[in-house]
Design a protein around this ligand. Structure first.
Ligand code: FEO
Ligand code: CA
Ligand code: CA
Length: 559
């Protein structure tokens, strides 16, 4: 794949802002694309035309539909169950998306990676946990295991419409049945290969153009190992999906960051980044090609981590740190040099497998569900979504701002503060996925849980359905929180990713109709296809407004 590393930040550095820190090279992953040459050479006449496009908020809505602000339209690229080739179909509950073009001169043809986080059993296998007589069969479990993991599909834009290139040799599924190498010198639970990846929530991209997919709520599938005060392990007897009934896979094989090679679908799990409910993994490449990887543990009172590699382009050699946000310190999860860890664990491998416990021993700060992480291309600050923490009466969440000392991503000290808080005043609640567009505007999605949304007895009533918001950085709306897309019933919008020409926003519509109890009367029927049941789908959002926002900085500089 000939997609060279472009200095995404280089043109942002020309911005006329007071304090512009220009990192040497920002491969902002999680959710930010790199601009194509077409993007950077926009004729002035086009910019002048786009200047007249109005950014107007949509109102909160409880409608079962994907509603868009004026100036936007959408097409479905692929939905649950669609054939991608002769033997494979698209998985369920799509989350993170990442698009890499084959050739940077043609931003309209490339590979799309999509995470499949979990399954809605009612629609995938027919298993209904509400039915006390329901027996889980192996066939059902196999279907469920096939429907998680991820998909690689070649997509192409022709005549303004993005479509899957069916049967393209790149099209591939990675599922809970796929063998995946463990990138570590010591076996994990006695093995050097794990079977499958699952709970793939958000992710990232590497500077060497591979995809990262993160295993979040892995304990739902094969359970978890817990330890008593004498370090004696015991396995939680049953998990939510109960796959352990038919497959004796070790819980220690899940909860990792997984790297996928787009060319052939080969995968590896990166043990050095620790094991917990990884939401995302956002990389920054230092001048000497070492990488810094930020990753959050999306659970109440869990932590924010960063890995600093000691060798160029390595996600194996280096040190994992956890954040003490009160004192602004990165604490090394390093068995060799931390007597407290030596006391509790037998080696570094055990520290990484039981990263949560190790983090707590060192005094890491409990956070309110750290989810997506992005590096602000204008200020260089690291933004972290803290979705909520009902156990601490934080119902609406916030976005945390981490300022690394001297703007150095390998610094071991930092300052943490709140960037923006959710609530009635700002008009959003429960921030989750973040994405900066190519002008540095911040887009983010919300994740109010399906069981709390639109209910009089919960504090989320006024926010209505989950949505996509944008905070512009320039012009008269700079700093405002503007709702631009509203999700169908019970759904969450996830995985925002911009195409390299700044003309398309790829977005996942995840779990519409999630609260359905009876398949004959689903709570949502979006995307309204012939089957009349809800289906998670990836959409391409296009239109003048996407283009305007991506080019906002350039537009602001013309008369
Ligand atoms: Fe899968 Fe933390 O969202
Ligand atoms: Ca998420
Ligand atoms: Ca979430």
């Amino acid at each position: 794949m000939e997609y060279s590393r472009r200095k995404f930040i280089s043109f942002l550095g020309k911005a006329t802002l007071g304090t512009v820190i220009v990192p040497q090279f920002l491969i902002s992953c999680g959710n930010t694309s790199k601009p194509s040459s077409e993007f950077e050479n926009t004729p002035e006449a086009v910019l002048k035309k786009l200047k007249n496009v109005v950014l107007e908020a949509i109102q909160p809505s409880a409608k079962d539909d994907l509603l868009l602000a004026n100036g936007l339209k959408y097409d479905i690229i692929v939905k649950y169950g669609d054939k991608i080739n002769e033997q494979d179909t698209f998985g369920d509950n799509n989350d993170f998306t990442c698009f890499i073009p084959f050739d940077e001169k043609n931003p309209k043809d490339g590979l799309l990676w999509v995470n499949h986080e979990y399954i809605n059993q009612l629609f995938v296998s027919g298993y209904n946990y509400r039915d006390s007589d329901a027996i889980r069969t192996k066939e059902q479990v196999d279907k469920e295991m096939y429907s998680v993991g991820g998909t690689i599909v070649r997509i192409k834009e022709e005549n303004g419409k993005w479509q899957v290139v069916e049967n393209d040799p790149h099209n591939k599924r990675i599922t809970a049945h796929t063998p995946i190498k463990l990138n570590w010198d010591t076996p994990i639970a006695g093995k050097t290969t794990a079977i499958g990846t699952l709970s793939n929530c958000s992710g990232g991209i590497t500077p060497w153009n591979t995809f990262l997919t993160c295993e979040e709520n892995y304990d739902n599938c094969f359970g978890e190992i817990t330890y008593d005060e004498n370090n004696k392990p015991s396995r939680i007897p049953s998990s939510y999906y109960g796959w352990e009934k038919y497959y004796d896979h070790s819980p220690e094989h899940y909860g990792w960051v997984v790297e996928i090679n787009p060319k052939d679908g080969s995968a590896q799990k990166h043990i050095a980044l620790g094991r917990f409910a990884h939401e995302c993994c956002t990389l920054y490449e230092l001048a000497d090609k070492r990488v810094v990887a930020y990753t959050g543990d999306d659970k109440n009172n869990e932590h924010l981590y960063k890995f600093i590699s000691s060798k160029p382009s390595s996600l194996k050699e280096g040190t994992l740190y956890v954040a003490d946000t009160i004192n602004g310190k990165w604490l090394a999860l390093d068995w060799e040099n931390q007597p407290l860890l030596k006391e509790k664990f037998k080696d570094q491998t055990e520290v990484l497998i039981r990263a949560r416990e190790a983090a707590k021993i060192l005094g890491a700060t409990e956070l309110n569900r750290p989810e997506d992480i992005e590096i602000d291309p204008i200020t260089g600050h690291v933004l972290v979504s803290l979705t909520n923490n009902k156990s601490k009466n934080d119902f609406h969440g916030s976005i945390l701002k981490v300022e690394e000392t001297d703007g150095k991503y390998d610094a071991l000290t930092f300052k943490a503060s709140t960037y923006i808080a959710g609530g009635e005043e700002t008009g959003f609640s429960c921030p989750d996925n973040l994405a900066f567009d190519m002008s540095g505007n911040l887009w983010f999605t919300t994740d109010i849980s399906g069981s709390s949304m639109n209910r009089e007895d919960k504090p989320y009533m006024s926010f209505k359905n989950n949505s996509l918001f944008v905070i512009p950085r320039y012009g008269k709306s700079a700093g405002e929180v503007i709702r631009v897309v509203s999700a169908p019933t019970d759904a969450e919008l996830t995985g925002p990713w911009f195409s390299p020409d700044g003309k398309t926003l790829f977005l996942s519509v995840q779990h519409p109709g999630e609260q359905t109890k009876d398949i004959k009367s689903p709570t949502s029927t979006w995307p309204f296809d012939k089957d009349n049941i809800p289906k998670s789908s990836v959409v391409a959002i296009t239109g003048d407004l996407i283009e305007k926002m991506n080019k906002l900085r350039q537009i602001e500089n013309i008369n």
